[in-house]
Design a protein around this ligand. Structure first.
Ligand SMILES: Cc1cc2nc3c(=O)[nH]c(=O)nc-3n(C[C@H](O)[C@H](O)[C@H](O)COP(=O)(O)OP(=O)(O)OC[C@H]3O[C@@H](n4cnc5c(N)ncnc54)[C@H](O)[C@@H]3O)c2cc1C
Length: 399
């Protein structure tokens, strides 16, 4: 790994910053994201702007319609977007499904989905987890029975983020109940408007609605919507989950938290002095900053490994996920503490466009406690910390 300054990467950062300055509309910037995806109208508008600049898919190869950026360039792009307060893209389409379509789909499937992802016309959700099948995903029970040129899907998914505002879902289903459990799974793309799909909201501890239960009751899905062969679902899933290790820590988010904490350190007061004048506050902030720097170094290492297709990137990505998400939790807790009494104010959910009656300290405080609560889930989604530790142990100790 090379720690020398990289002039090419610095120039790239300047280009991204200039683009954001010119093209990120003021009314789209710095809107509270709530959890991990911006609200649909903001996301779609921003996706169209990015796509208009040829940046519709920062994570894909050029041959697939992407930017062809290196792992480090993608990290710079993410970091600058987060720092500028840009809306998110559709991570499910960009980071999970897109690479699967590019690698496994038929030309007809690519022609159907890729332009709509790039143009922000089709948003996606992920239908993997079921009650009783989360970490042990291969035990899933949602069935798809073949009837001519259709599958008939019956079952239930849970924790389906943004199912209520997505157009399509990528779904793992059991197509062979008699095969070994991994072998009987297939990967389907399903239009959320298909009759028989019911989405029920789950309101989470951050007082927001992004999670859902999704029910499938005799849902007819064309066989042509299957990716790969029948029974290939597990191989495709392993490919999908094995992408993007360097981003597992969500370094751009950690850097944004640091920026916010630095602002709170000077704007919030403890008695007559700003918080930063309190030695224990300054020390805690400095320690967090050191931890973020350590993670940034590790991210660079993992990015280099990914670029070289090193198998160790997988376990390193798991380490990043554990360290990064635990740090997210501590930093978001620290922000709530820094707000003092206002940290305990129950501001309405951050997605609400405006408050009829302004609440005290809302410009500073709104969204911070919601986010702190949401981050409790960061050590669960995308693979729990316990499971990640298992991966690391297996790799390091060759278990
Ligand atoms: C906010 C949020 C958003 C989500 N969004 C989506 C989504 O959009 N689509 C989707 O499909 N899923 C989604 N999920 C589901 C997520 O992937 C699962 O919650 C996660 O995989 C854990 O599965 P589980 O909840 O069934 O817990 P379980 O797997 O039942 O785990 C329960 C406990 O047992 C531990 N455990 C389980 N197996 C092991 C093991 N082998 N070794 C050690 N400990 C173990 C776990 O660490 C955990 O502490 C989301 C979850 C959250 C919280």
């Amino acid at each position: 790994m090379d720690f020398q300054p990289d002039a090419g990467l610095d120039a790239f950062r300047v280009t991204v910053r200039a683009f954001l300055r010119e093209h990120l509309p003021a009314d789209l910037a710095n809107k509270p994201v709530g959890s991990v995806r911006s609200m649909r109208p903001d996301l779609v508008r921003w996706q169209k702007i990015l796509n208009g600049n040829g940046w519709g898919a920062p994570y894909w190869a050029q041959k697939d319609g992407g930017t062809g950026w290196t792992v480090l360039q993608r990290l710079v792009f993410d970091e600058e977007c987060v720092a500028a307060g840009a809306p998110t893209q559709d991570g499910f389409a960009q980071k999970l499904l897109g690479p699967v379509i590019n690698a496994f789909a038929t030309p007809e499937q690519k022609a159907e989905h890729i332009p709509r992802i790039l143009g922000g016309e089709r948003l996606w959700c992920q239908g993997f987890s079921e009650p009783g099948s989360g970490s042990d995903l291969a035990s899933l029970r949602t069935r798809a029975d073949r009837e001519g040129d259709h599958y008939v899907v019956n079952g239930q998914k849970i924790w389906t983020s943004y199912a209520h505002e997505s157009d399509w879902i990528f779904l793992l289903v059991r197509t062979d109940a008699d095969a070994k459990k991994q072998a009987g799974i297939s990967f389907l793309l399903v239009d959320m408007k298909t009759p028989g799909i019911t989405v029920r909201p789950i309101r989470s501890i951050d007082d927001c609605h992004h999670l859902n239960e999704t029910f499938f009751d005799n849902v007819r899905v064309p066989v042509a919507n299957r990716i790969g062969l029948e029974g290939d679902g597990w191989t495709i899933t392993k490919f999908l989950l094995n992408n993007e290790h360097a981003t597992a820590a969500d370094l751009p988010m950690l850097r944004r938290y640091l920026m916010q904490l630095r602002t709170l350190a000077t704007t919030q007061r403890a008695g007559s002095k700003p918080l930063i004048a309190r030695p224990e506050f300054a020390l805690r902030l400095a320690r967090l900053e050191a931890e973020v720097t350590a993670i940034a170094t590790m991210v660079k290492r993992v990015a280099a490994m990914e670029q070289d297709h090193s198998p160790a990137a997988h376990a390193m990505g798991s380490m990043l996920k554990v360290r990064g998400t635990e740090l997210q939790q501590r930093m978001s807790e620290f922000m709530v503490e820094a707000l003092g009494d206002y940290g305990a104010v129950a501001y309405p959910e951050p997605h609400d466009a405006c408050l009829e009656t302004p609440m005290p300290h809302q410009d500073v405080g709104r969204g911070i406690a919601n986010d702190m609560f949401f981050r409790r889930a960061s050590t669960i989604y995308g693979g729990t910390s316990e499971v990640q530790r298992g991966i690391v142990a297996k790799m390091l100790f060759q278990l």
